[in-house]
Design a protein. Structure first.
Length: 293
């Protein structure tokens, strides 16, 4: 999915409500719903791109969104990012209904999006991109100045938190591989206090090592208590990091499963089933009534 203007500068306009570095002692425990979708519908004319989609995005869990092209994945990302507004249903943050009217509002509420087509300022350094729009300063006015040394050190530490080590913060961002750019965006979201992280699978081809880097960054975000949404086509990668799997078909939920429900082969068959997803899911649940919903 293509991104709105300045997609990489996730937090230039609002500061988070809590300290992302030291952590929030009031943060919900793992498994607590942070963002809930209740019968969410988004229409384009008479066509429902999302049709009564319900799901719970939980702290400390990765929810993988899977489905064929046209299933509604991109529309779901746009709604969560505040790019598009839902027409019906409810979006609840910490149990309270919200209506995200812009990407800035989504960011201010702690919802960060890593877009499919990453954009960076290629001639600017890695640390400049990391702090784009919210550069740290030191000293007092009128002697306040940019804290370059602190920014470099913070960037290196933040990247290490998501598994990227040995990076030169002064190198131009264009020198980063696609997987490293994803990790940079995830590290930035963590540093600036995101609570919900939406990662849209890159449209650029990734090597196995780059995929591993992105998945490592996603796992790091989950381990630090974020509710993570990973939108992907790859069921094998999804099953490696996913705790829950939201399967979409024709804009509707065709399956809402956990790792206990399916192995990777089951997940692959379900995703490739197209219109039979709902039938297959209900058949699986009927055969195994003890499976969690």
């Amino acid at each position: 999915m293509s991104q709105p203007p300045l997609p990489f500068a996730e937090f230039p306009d609002e500061r988070p409500a809590h300290d992302a570095v030291t952590g929030d002692p009031t943060a919900p425990p793992a498994g607590t719903p942070v963002l809930e979708l209740r019968a969410l519908t988004r229409r384009f004319g008479s066509v429902a791109a999302l049709n009564r989609v319900s799901a719970s995005l939980r702290a400390g869990e990765v929810t993988c969104v899977l489905g064929e092209n046209g299933a509604g994945k991109s529309t779901l990302v746009a709604v969560l990012a505040g790019v598009q507004r839902h027409d019906e249903g409810e979006l609840l943050l910490d149990g309270s209904p919200v209506r995200l009217r812009s990407p800035a509002q989504a960011r201010s509420r702690g919802i960060a999006t890593v877009w499919q087509d990453l954009a960076v300022a290629p001639l600017m350094s890695v640390w400049r991109n990391f702090f784009l729009g919210c550069e740290p300063t030191r000293g007092v006015w009128p002697l306040r100045r940019l804290d370059r040394e602190g920014a470099r050190e913070t960037t290196v530490r933040a990247m290490a938190r998501v598994g990227v080590v040995g990076i030169d913060p002064d190198q131009p961002a264009s020198a980063l591989a696609v997987g490293e750019r994803h990790s940079l965006a995830i590290a930035r979201a963590l540093h600036f206090g995101a609570r919900v992280l939406v990662v849209d699978e890159s449209s650029a081809p990734l090597t196995v090592s780059q995929h591993a880097l992105v998945l490592s960054s996603v796992s790091a975000a989950r381990d630090q208590g974020l509710a993570v949404v990973l939108v992907t086509h790859n069921t094998q990668y999804a099953h490696l990091v996913g705790d829950r799997f939201l399967l979409l078909a024709g804009g509707a939920v065709a399956g809402n499963l956990t790792r206990d429900d399916v192995d990777v082969d089951d997940l692959t068959r379900l995703v490739s089933g197209g219109g039979d997803l709902a039938v297959l899911t209900e058949t699986l649940r009927a055969a195994h009534p003890d499976l969690r919903r």
